[in-house]
Structure formats: C-alpha cells, structure tokens
Ligand binder design. Structure first.
Ligand SMILES: [Ca+2]
Ligand SMILES: [Ca+2]
Ligand SMILES: [Ca+2]
Length: 388
C-alpha cells in the first residue's frame, strides 16, 4: 500500500453528516456539517450517527475513551457513536482508497442531558395482544375505542411508575415500548428489568405457581428514525435450546362475542382458548376488525403441570431465567435481562451497541383447566443503569 499520499481532497470537503438522532423528536432536521468539525457535543445515551461523504475501499473508526483506552469500534462506512459515560472521547477515522489512507479526527464531548432521563418506559409503540381472558379488560375496552386509544391506555398503564398490569393474551400477543434515551449495552451487567405479576405457590417445593413466561426481544434504532422498524433480536433465556423458532399461529374471531377462540398453527395443529365462566368479556381484541390475527415467533415448551395430588389444579412452573412474568417481582435478578444474550433470527449471538425498543410476547401456548390460557402480563420496565 502506498503511504504518505493524501486524497485529492482537503479536509474542508469531507463532510461528516450529523443527524440529530433524538427518538423523541422525529421532526428535528439533521444538522449537516460541511467540513470536519473539531468538536461535537452529544448527551450521554444518545446516538450520534457519523458518515463520511468520502468513499473508500475500507474504513476504520478508532475510539479513545476519556480514560485513554483505544479500540477499533467500526469498520463500516457509517458509525453510530453512543456512550453512557460523560467525558471527552477522541474519534479517528481512517479511509483507505486507491491513493492511500485519509485520516480525520474529532473530539466528541458526552455531556449530561438537559432534562433528566426517566429510568422507566416513556413510550408504547405497539400493542397487539392475542385473544385471552384479560383482553378487553387489561386495559378495558370501551365502546368507541380504537387501536390508537387502546395504545394510549396501554401507555398510561406501563409508562413511568404507573404500574398497572396489561395482558398480552395467549401465545404471540405482544407489546413494544421504549425509553427517553437509548439503553446502552453493558457487557458486565444486565441492563433491563421488567415487572409482571408472577407468583410462587406456597407449599410447592420448586419455583412455580403462576409463571407465564414472555420472551423479550430488543432492537437498536440503527436507521435513527425513532420507529421500531429495525432488526429484532431475541434475548435467549434458560430454555433457548428448547425453543422452537419460526412458529406461526392464527387465531380466529369467534362467531359470537363470548365464543371459544379457535387457532391453527404452521405445524398443522389446532386448538382453542375456551371461554371461562368467570371472565364474561369477549376474548378477541374488540378494536381489531380483521377476522383473523396471526403471530410469528418462538415458542417455549409448556410449563403447566397438574399440582401434586390434584386432578384439576395447575402449577405454572418458573423457568430458571431470562423471561418476563416468570418470577415474582421480589426476585430482581430473575426479572433482569442482559443484552449479551441477544440472538439473531438464526439463533446466533449478536452484539448491539444499545437498545431503543423492547418487545415482550407471550411465549407458551397452553390452557390449564379452570385458570384458562397462559398469558404474559407486564406493568413496568426500567433501564437498570439509571436505578443504581
Ligand atoms: Ca428505526
Ligand atoms: Ca396471565
Ligand atoms: Ca402473569
């Protein structure tokens, strides 16, 4: 490789595009720097997307932290700077082209946010529950409600510390939420906690009672548009090796509001969610006009078993770790989630710089006698780094 040869451009012609990547304000116009800025300022836990206009055959971004540690952080043309710790970071980009290597550097000052972040959910993006005994109840559907009004109700339930449970219904039903900042990945400790309503039965030796495990998925807003339209990753839990991916299930609207819910899956199986005598509401989401609802995802083995000595009472056993609504809220560690467990669609480990969107869905497909279908509930979530 030739050295000591610069590109036939000057630094003034190199544009590092700066896009204000604030998921709370999609209207903010990207600020484009023409010429290389010496200094940038960005709040902690906010993304700073960087992309040179200069084209090369390869790129290398090297970051030096405030404590002086240097490492290569990207070898792609674009790089999204994201740091949780305040301080001055030195970023260098090497672009290799036909005529040699062009090098440019900048200082990025990570500063404290102007308005203090909330550790808790700030926005609910989607609520797509499957049918279930608590659907249209948690939250309550009222005449005139639409998808938008139901979404607002769900947000009121789980935003901040409101702590009102929402139900996701049977297998596949989900909710998608986010925070007022990016939860930055931390290889050393779990980053996310989710609250539900699981409990252990007294007198039962193993951990179990009402565990309704939900799979947690995470996504990084890599196109910086504030919308969950990016790649999703499943957080592997203790049952990952027994999890079947690529499961698809379709529920049909019953002929009458209080009718039995029928479903079919992509394995050729079919079944029902029977209507329980003590939950008289309709089980099919009443704001959904489609006559079928289809979900895709992973399915966990069933966790319901008949209680010892009983022919009617069920124990829903807790899986060891890695699922929402699977252990009581008093078990903080067992309701915490670590992004190092992210897996891509083929089940391979994936490294995420941070998480902007979290999705939880009911992960078992079972009906347990008089307690009916198993349905994940959640009431709150938090960025653990802001609770320490
Ligand atoms: Ca996006
Ligand atoms: Ca439930
Ligand atoms: Ca539950």
């Amino acid at each position: 490789m030739k050295t000591n040869i610069t590109f036939p451009v000057t630094a003034a012609l190199v544009a590092i595009c700066i896009q204000a990547c604030d998921t709370t304000d999609k209207e903010s116009i990207p600020m484009v720097g023409v010429g290389l800025e010496d200094v940038y300022f960005v709040p902690r836990m906010k993304k700073l997307p960087l992309r040179p206009e200069l084209t090369g055959s390869s790129y290398k971004w090297t970051l030096t932290t405030p404590s002086g540690e240097s490492s290569t952080v990207a070898t792609s043309r674009s790089y999204i700077f994201l740091e949780a710790e305040e301080g001055a970071y030195r970023l260098t980009l090497h672009i290799t082209g036909d005529d040699g290597v062009f090098t440019t550097s900048t200082t990025i000052n990570v500063v404290h946010e102007e308005i203090e972040y909330s550790p808790y959910i700030s926005k609910v993006y989607e609520y797509r529950p499957a049918p279930g005994q608590f659907i249209n109840q948690m939250p309550v559907f009222e005449t005139g409600d639409t998808y938008e009004t139901m979404l607002a109700k769900v947000e009121n339930c789980i935003k901040g510390t409101a702590d009102e449970l929402i139900s996701l219904g049977g297998w596949g039903g989900y909710v998608t939420f986010g925070f007022d900042h990016t939860i930055v990945s931390n290889p050393d400790t779990p980053e996310l906690r989710i609250w539900g309503n699981a409990f252990y039965n007294n007198g039962y030796d193993d951990k179990g009672g009402s565990a309704e495990p939900g799979i947690v998925m995470v996504s990084f807003d890599e196109n910086c548009n504030g919308i969950p339209d990016d790649t999703w990753y499943e957080l592997a839990g203790s049952e990952f090796s027994k999890t079947m991916r690529g499961y698809t299930l379709t529920y049909s609207r019953p002929a009458t509001e209080n009718g039995t819910i029928e479903w079919t899956d992509n394995l050729g199986a079919s079944g029902t969610i029977p209507h329980l005598p003590f939950h008289r509401n309709g089980y099919y989401p009443m704001w959904i006009e489609d006559t079928e609802i289809t979900f895709n995802g992973s399915i966990l083995p069933s966790n319901g078993t008949l209680a010892p000595g009983s022919s009617t009472d069920y124990i829903l056993e807790s899986y060891p770790w890695g699922y929402a609504d699977n252990h009581p809220n008093s078990e903080a560690g067992l309701n915490s989630f670590h992004f190092i467990n992210a897996r891509d669609i083929s089940g391979m480990p994936a490294v995420l710089p941070g998480v902007d969107f979290v999705r939880v869905y009911t992960a078992v497909n079972q009906v347990c006698g008089a307690i009916g279908e198993t349905s994940t509930e959640i009431s709150r979530a938090a960025d653990l780094s802001l609770l320490r």
